[in-house]
Unconditional design. Structure first.
Lengths: 519, 112
C-alpha cells in the first residue's frame, strides 16, 4: 500500500504520455484523480498511524520492496514525520493540479505539462518514503529534473535562462550529494538509513570523514533548500516558472528535497553535533535577514514572493538548528504553514497575472475591489506569513521564538522578531497599493474573469491557513505534530524503531538470527 | 591512493569548467566531467584488494570479489547524468534561438 504513493503518480504520468493527446480533458482528469487519491491515501496513513500508536505499537509502516531484507533490499518507510509531510505536500499537489486546469490553457502541448507534473509528484513522494539513502537521491533527482523542465515550460527567453541557471546550480548540488553518499557508503558499507545510523553511532564522532560528509550534505541539500549562500537560483526559477509550478517549487520542492532530506539525514542518520547545529543556525539567521532585506526593492510580485520564501525557510532552519523538541515542533509547524501560504500566494500571483495582465506591482491598482477572491486571499496569506494573530503563521513563529528563548539564546529570538517586523513591512508596502489603492489610476483594458478552477484551490488554501491553529489543539491534531517532531528530536529512535518493527515476508520459516539483523 | 588523488583532480577540473567558462556548452561539458569523476570515485571505493569482477558464473568458485553495490550506484548515476545532459543541451539550443549567443555573460536579461 505504501508503494501506491509512488506508483499512482508514475502510472498517471505514463498514462498521460500515452493517451494525453486524444482529448484535452484526459490529462487534466487523470492528474486531478491521481493527486486526489494520493491525498486521501496520505490521510488514511495518518489515521492508521494514530491507531497504531494508540494501540501501543510503534507508529511506523514499512514496505520491503521485493520482500528483500536490508541491506540488500530497499525499504519504504512511513513514520510520523513522513506521514505529516506526505499529507501537506499532497494537499498542495491537489490544489496545483486543479488550478492548472485553466492556467495551462495558454500553453500548447498541455499533456507534457501534466506528465512532468506527475513525475515531480512521484519524485517528491519517493523522497518522503525512502528508507535508503541512494533511493532518496534517485527520487530527489527525478523531482529536481522534472522541476528544471517545468521551469522552462513556456520557452520564452527569460524562462529558458532561468531554467538553465537553476539546472546548472541544482546539478552541482546533486553531485555534491552523490559524493557525500559515496563517502558515507565507503565508511559504513550500507545504504539503509537505519543501518547507517547504527554504524555511525558506533563510530568516533570526531572522525574526519563525518565532518567531510556533513559539509558535503550541507552544501548539497542547502542548495536545494535555498539557504543563503546557495540561494542564487531561487529568485530566477520561482519568478520565471508558470504560476502553479512556482507554487509546487516553493511550497513543496524546497521543503521536501531540502529541509526534509537535511533533517532526516542530520537528525536520524548522522547525528547533530554542536558544530553542525551552529552552522545551520548561522545559515538560517543569514537567510532570514538577507531574504527580507533583498525583498524590499522588488517590483515583480513573484520575485517578491521568492525572496520571502528564502526568509521563511530561514525560520524553519532556525527551528531545526536549535534542536530542542519545541524548536523542532515549531519548525515543522512553520514548514506546513509556509507550504500552504506560499502556494496560495503563488497561485494568487498567477490569478493576478491573468486578471490584470501584468506582474509588475507598480502597474496594478485596486485588484481587491474588482476581484474580491483574489484580493482577499492574498491579504489572508500575506497576513499569515507576517505573523498576524490569529492566523496560522503567528502560532508557528511564536513557537520558534519561544524555543529560542527556552534554549537560552535570546539574541536569536530578537532576530526572529525583527525579521518578522521586516516581513510585515515589505509585504504591506508592496501589496497595499496593488490591492487596495485608488482604482482611478488603472488603465482600461479588457478584464478577464477568474474561472472557478483557479478560484477554488485558492479559497481552500485560504480557509486552511485561517484554521491552521487546529494543529496545536491539545490531544487531537497536536498529537500528529508531536509525533512528527519526536521522530527528529529523539534521533536514534529511528534506527531502533525500524529494526524492531517490520512486516514479515511471505515465508514464515524464519530463523531468529535473521530477524532483527540490519547490519 | 594516487588514483583517489587523480579522481579528485578530475572533479576539480570539472568544477573549474562550470565556474569559469563562458560558453554554455563548455559549462555542460564541465558538469559531465564532474559526473564522471563522481562515478569513478564510486567504482573506486568498491575495490577490494585482489578481487575479481563481481560476475556470477556457474562453475567458478568465487573467493574474493569487488563490491558490486557501488557499481550499481554508478550505473544509476550515469543514467541520471544522461537525462540531465539531455535537459541542459535542449535548453541551450533553445537559448541560442532566443538570444543568438552561447555566451553566458550576455544571457543576462533577468535582473537580480
Amino acid at each position: 500500500m505504501i508503494a501506491l504513493f509512488i506508483m499512482i503518480p508514475a502510472a498517471a504520468a505514463f498514462m498521460i504520455a500515452l493517451a494525453g493527446k486524444m482529448h484535452r480533458r484526459v490529462p487534466q482528469a487523470v492528474s486531478v484523480l491521481a493527486t486526489g487519491s494520493l491525498f486521501i491515501l496520505s490521510i488514511a496513513c495518518i489515521v492508521m498511524m494514530a491507531q497504531a500508536s494508540s494501540a501501543g505499537r510503534a507508529p511506523i509502516l514499512i514496505f520491503r520492496t521485493g520482500n528483500w531484507l536490508p541491506p540488500a533490499g530497499i525499504p519504504l518507510i512511513i513514520d510520523a514525520l513522513s506521514a505529516f509531510m506526505l499529507a501537506v505536500m499532497n494537499l498542495i499537489a491537489v490544489s496545483v493540479a486543479v488550478y492548472s486546469i485553466s492556467y495551462v490553457k495558454k500553453y500548447t502541448d498541455t499533456w507534457k505539462f501534466y506528465t512532468l507534473f506527475m513525475l515531480m509528484v512521484s519524485g517528491i513522494n519517493g523522497v518522503l518514503l525512502s528508507g535508503d539513502i541512494f533511493n532518496m537521491y534517485v527520487f530527489l533527482e527525478i523531482a529536481a529534473i522534472s522541476g528544471y523542465f517545468l521551469v522552462a515550460f513556456g520557452t520564452e527567453a527569460e524562462e529558458l535562462e532561468a531554467s538553465f541557471k537553476y539546472a546548472v546550480m541544482g546539478s552541482v548540488a546533486s553531485i555534491f550529494i552523490l559524493l557525500g553518499i559515496a563517502f558515507l557508503y565507503s565508511r559504513t558499507s550500507t545504504l539503509n538509513l537505519a543501518g547507517i545510523a547504527s554504524a555511525v553511532s558506533a563510530m568516533d564522532p570526531n572522525e574526519g570523514v563525518l565532518l567531510l560528509i556533513s559539509v558535503l550534505f550541507l552544501m548539497g541539500f542547502g542548495l536545494k533548500a535555498a539557504l543563503v549562500p546557495f540561494h542564487g537560483w531561487l529568485p530566477y526559477a520561482h519568478s520565471s516558472a508558470p504560476a502553479p509550478i512556482s507554487a509546487m517549487l516553493s511550497g513543496v520542492s524546497i521543503k521536501v528535497l531540502g529541509i526534509y532530506a537535511l533533517a532526516r539525514i542530520f537528525f536520524n542518520v548522522i547525528g547533530m553535533s554542536p558544530a553542525v547545529s551552529g552552522v545551520i543556525i548561522a545559515l538560517a539567521v543569514i537567510s532570514m535577514l538577507a531574504g527580507s532585506i533583498l525583498a524590499f526593492g522588488q517590483t515583480d510580485i513573484k520575485r517578491l514572493f521568492a525572496y520571502s520564501s528564502i526568509s521563511q525557510i530561514g525560520y524553519v532552519a532556525l527551528g531545526l538548528g536549535i534542536g530542542t523538541p519545541l524548536g523542532i515542533m515549531g519548525a515543522l509547524f512553520h514548514l506546513c504553514n509556509h507550504s500552504v501560504f506560499k502556494s496560495l500566494l503563488f497561485l494568487n500571483s498567477g490569478a493576478i497575472e491573468r486578471v490584470t495582465g501584468t506582474r509588475d506591482l507598480g502597474r496594478m491598482h485596486a485588484v481587491a475591489s474588482e476581484y474580491p477572491v483574489v484580493g482577499y486571499t492574498n491579504l489572508i496569506a500575506s497576513s499569515s506569513i507576517c505573523g498576524i494573530p490569529p492566523l496560522g503563521g503567528f502560532w508557528s513563529k511564536l513557537i520558534i521564538i519561544f524555543a529560542c528563548m527556552q534554549a537560552g539564546r535570546p539574541a536569536l529570538a530578537f532576530i526572529a522578531v525583527a525579521v518578522s517586523a521586516l516581513t510585515l513591512a515589505y509585504y504591506f508596502k508592496a501589496l497595499t497599493p496593488a490591492l487596495f489603492g485608488a482604482s482611478g489610476l488603472a488603465e482600461s483594458r479588457a478584464r478577464a474573469d477568474l474561472p472557478l478552477s483557479m478560484a477554488g484551490p485558492m479559497l481552500l488554501l485560504a480557509v486552511l491557513s485561517i484554521i491552521g491553529f487546529i494543529m496545536l489543539m491539545p490531544n487531537t491534531a497536536n498529537k500528529l505534530l508531536k509525533d512528527a517532531s519526536s521522530v527528529l528530536s529523539e534521533g536514534n529512535s529511528y534506527a531502533r524503531t525500524v529494526s524492531d518493527t517490520f512486516i514479515p515476508p511471505a515465508d514464515t520459516a524464519r530463523t531468529p538470527k535473521a530477524r532483527g539483523g540490519l547490519k | 591512493m594516487i588514483t583517489y588523488m587523480l579522481c579528485l583532480v578530475l572533479f576539480l577540473v570539472g568544477l573549474y569548467c562550470v565556474l569559469r567558462k563562458r560558453n554554455l556548452i563548455k559549462i555542460i561539458i564541465g558538469i559531465g566531467i564532474m559526473d564522471y569523476a563522481v562515478n569513478l570515485f564510486l567504482v573506486l571505493i568498491g575495490y577490494r584488494s585482489g578481487g575479481r569482477a563481481p560476475i556470477f558464473s556457474k562453475d567458478q568458485v568465487i573467493s574474493n570479489m569487488v563490491d558490486p553495490l557501488p557499481q550499481a550506484m554508478a550505473l544509476t548515476a550515469i543514467v541520471i547524468g544522461l537525462s540531465l545532459t539531455l535537459l541542459l543541451v535542449s535548453v541551450a539550443i533553445r537559448i541560442y534561438d532566443r538570444y543568438g549567443t552561447f555566451d553566458i555573460t550576455k544571457i543576462d536579461r533577468l535582473k537580480g
